[in-house]
Design a protein. Sequence first.
Length: 160
Amino acid sequence: MPLTQYQDFLWLIKCNIFTVNSRNKMTEDIRWQQRFANYEKAYVSLRQISEQKDIEEDILIDATLKRFDLVFELAWKTLQDYLQVQGYTEYKGPAKVLAKALQDRIIENNELWGVMHEDRNILAHVYDYDKSRMIYKHVVNDYLHAFTQLFNKLKNEPEE
């Protein structure tokens, strides 16, 4: 292969790599925004169910806890996607993602988010009626406020 064709070949490879990297960056940007849109829907749904007064208590509690589980999962996964766009690709899993989000002041109150994470795991793995009722009180009295803070923080982020 003559030198000019080889240089043209290298140039094409570089362009292709650049295009792939550009697409990956764009996909990551869009991904966090899409995940945030899902977080917003789940968060609004949790807020609405927690304000209901005309539903049988057991159904209200069970619905609230299920929505809490979904919102918590979307919260940390949205944060993970957001951190990746910011260049922090090494943070995986809720504990590490929440610690980094706290460090970067995206979320507040590390203790609350830690207890929230533990409560989510209890709901997923331990089937204890009394604990679930206690967690329901945490959701309504504390966690909803933390989700609101996160929502407001990310809602005000500029779209890149």
